[in-house]
Design a protein. Structure first.
Length: 57
């Protein structure tokens, strides 16, 4: 199995798709990652009082 990290383009894609109301599963499928990877990425880069979906501060 080949492993790769999410890059900035992937993160932008996640943010766009979430803002359009798409599910984690559909986003994960489109990017070739597991839904848990997408979920962890969102939790890791979303402060509690954030205005953006993947804002870092």
């Amino acid at each position: 199995m080949i492993y790769r990290h999410l890059n900035e383009k992937d993160r932008f894609y996640i943010e766009q798709r979430l803002s359009e109301g798409d599910s984690l599963r559909s986003i994960a499928r489109a990017l070739g990652f597991s839904p848990s990877t997408i979920s962890r990425e969102i939790k890791r880069h979303t402060p509690a009082a954030s205005h953006g979906v993947l804002s870092t501060g």
